[in-house]
Design a protein around this ligand. Structure first.
Ligand code: SF4
Length: 383
């Protein structure tokens, strides 16, 4: 978020985010992976602000004593780079063959060598690169041929601020369609890949597709996922339908609370600078409302810290979103157990409110009482 256009309000926001990040701390740019994770948990103000301010959440988690083993190993990183270079080698000939084979319009001939335009997208700064990308897409679409944009840069407005994103590639078809290409190093074995990894790649591609849609282009609702074939280093590809991810990500990003609002709720002087003492940082993080869910463990560097806090508070969030939803107004494990025992106070959620204010026939409490009775009967029968 380092390239917020200058206007009085954005200048003020930029200054405030820099204060929160810490003096002289360079911002960590948001990427599509982070945005996809943010969109998957739009209720988490903690992540929204820390990501928006460019705080190094990994360093913060380490300082808080809860580092998360997160991200790719150096080996996986190097292997991914080598595979991508191979896929894009020879002017992208093999990649465009895959684009044609999996996402080309029926009857359109495959591009011959030398028929694919590969525009130069170099420019200084992300804004310059985004503008070069926009012009290259416009030109390639107008010319009506094949084009391959290698590491283009696109912009997406998120929570009131622009974010720059860099897909692996975007292919332009002769019919004017733009297809997002993602190159991953996990294998496609016998035509199938790990669904969790495919899902993560699709969520990431959906973020790029939304940014391309903002440019007014005809964006393919399928992405091309390129992976190694079986256990070889040969590329293979599948078209992945993005419609569901597009709808979800669009909806979730629109729900993200504006950063100004979250920052305004913090007192002056609060900072997330990892150089500050751990107890000061813990207090600063505590002030940001979180929405922990077990999914955080695979998507957020602060997951161990947030899980520890949620457990310490006896929060039912640690049981997962489904259980959390089923339990309705029962927000703590203590309240759930009390409800199962049929204690009226259980419905207060353990927050000290008057239980007589709660509905007498709370369906979650009734279901818990029934479950507890059935369990007791089953145990009595067994003994
Ligand atoms: S780990 Fe914490 S900060 Fe990260 S998304 Fe989950 S609740 Fe939010």
């Amino acid at each position: 978020m380092s390239d917020i256009p200058d206007s009085p309000s954005t200048t003020a926001l930029r200054r405030r985010l820099a204060e929160l990040r810490g003096a002289d701390v360079a911002p960590r740019p948001l990427d599509a992976r982070a945005l996809a994770a943010l969109a998957a948990n739009p209720g988490c103000r903690r992540r929204a602000l820390l990501d928006g301010a460019g705080v190094d959440k990994g360093a913060l988690a380490k300082k808080l004593g809860s580092p998360a083993a997160f991200g790719q190993s150096q080996f996986a990183f190097a292997r991914g780079h080598a595979f991508e270079a191979r896929v894009k080698g020879d002017g992208g000939a093999e990649l465009m063959r895959l684009v044609h084979a999996r996402t080309g319009t029926a009857g359109t001939p495959a591009p011959e060598p030398g028929e694919v335009a590969v525009p130069d997208l170099t420019a200084s700064g992300p804004d310059g690169r985004a503008e070069r990308t926009r012009l290259a897409l416009e030109r390639a679409t107008a010319e009506g041929g094949w084009a391959l944009l290698n590491h283009p840069m696109v912009r997406l407005e998120v929570a009131g601020s622009p974010v720059h994103l860099e897909p692996d590639a975007v292919a332009v078809h002769p019919d004017g369609r733009w297809t997002v290409v993602e190159i991953k190093s996990f294998p496609i074995l016998d035509g199938a890949a790990d669904p969790t990894k495919v899902g993560a790649a699709a969520r990431q591609a959906a973020v790029y597709a939304l940014a391309l849609q903002a440019l007014g282009g005809r964006v393919d609702e399928r992405m091309l996922l390129v992976c190694p074939k079986d256990f070889s280093n040969l590329p293979t590809a599948e078209a992945v339908d993005l419609r569901r991810q597009l709808a979800t990500t669009r909806r979730q990003l629109a729900r993200l609370t504006r950063l100004e609002e979250i920052a305004a709720a913090l007192p002056e002087g609060v900072t997330f600078d990892p150089a500050r003492p751990a107890d000061e940082l813990a207090e600063a993080v505590r002030r940001l409302p979180a929405a922990y869910a077990p999914q955080c463990l695979s998507t957020c560097e602060l997951a161990f810290h947030c899980r520890e806090r949620a457990r310490a508070a006896g929060s039912v969030e640690v049981l997962g979103r489904e259980a959390r939803g089923e339990l309705g107004g029962l927000t703590t494990v203590e309240a759930v157990l009390a409800a199962a025992r049929g204690e009226a106070a259980s419905l207060s959620g353990g927050d000290g409110t008057d239980p007589s204010d709660d509905p007498p026939d709370d369906p979650a409490a009734a279901a818990l009482r029934r479950a507890a009775r059935l369990r007791a009967e089953a145990l009595a029968g067994r003994s």
